[in-house]
Design a binder for this molecule. Sequence first.
Ligand SMILES: Nc1ncnc2c1ncn2[C@@H]1O[C@H](COP(=O)(O)OP(=O)(O)OP(=O)(O)O)[C@@H](O)[C@H]1O
Length: 288
Amino acid sequence: MNVVRVEGLTKHFKKFHLGPLNFKVEKGTAVGLVGSNGSGKSTFFRLLMNLVHADGGTVEIFGKKMPSSEIEIKQSIGFAANMLEPFYQLSIKEISSHFSYWYPSWNQNKYEDLINRYKLDEGEKFGKCSTGMKKKVDFIFSLSHEPELLLLDEPTAGVDLGSQKKMKEDLIEFLEDGEKSLIMSTHLIDDLKQICDNIIILSPNGKVQDFLRKEEVEENWAKFWVSELTEELRCHPHVIKVNDSQHPSYLLTDQKHVVEKELREKGISVISIQRLPLDEIIEFQLDS
Ligand SMILES: Nc1ncnc2c1ncn2[C@@H]1O[C@H](COP(=O)(O)OP(=O)(O)OP(=O)(O)O)[C@@H](O)[C@H]1O
């Protein structure tokens, strides 16, 4: 079952066009959204939450259409995206009383446990919190009403290392029963490695450059150092990069088994094979 389905979603600003975006998020999975600064990650979250109006396309969440089922859908979404600034004059506790009113599923015990876990002072005015503290408050509010889906825009950015570790533990626990889902943007490879199943890469011009299934890419992407690079290999649809400026030459593939078979059939010797770590794969995708 798909928890999120996006079709042809577009947003045009004067100097930036996002989309058309097409993808699905399966229930029970965690998706990492990566892309360079300004590639449209925050805009994408705002579109999902109908905080900016799309110029085209459709969004379905929990099988219901946005924006016609907006209120119902939002009751089951935990959203953290630096949206609490308008409450800068209120204390964390005062903001929590608004949240508990808005969300029938608000879990006061969970909220208090998280406040203690992240060592926050509930009496502090939100506007006086540091950047990292604000991120933690945002994170706590997103989790305290027992959502089915979390949408988190760079949740760990600017957060101290100890709290980053706790956030990851909390997200892994959130996903544990396989019923709940997560989309989070991040610039941190560890977030992707430790939490996400799939990765959406946004190109600088606001398009989905790739949708990577983490298990598949770790299995399929590899570098082969070979005795020779034939023309056929250079043009092979699963050879995505070659380098013959050094000896031995190497090729990069996103289909290890296909290329391995091809090399064997053509009698080309493989000097060595290296699996590609996820960070190199993402780096390659972001650079290409
Ligand atoms: N309200 C707006 N009006 C005009 N342009 C906007 C508006 N909001 C965002 N943009 C532009 O859309 C582009 C994408 O911005 P967005 O904040 O979504 O990127 P991002 O991927 O989240 O970046 P970062 O990684 O730096 O947080 C940027 O060029 C930005 O200037």
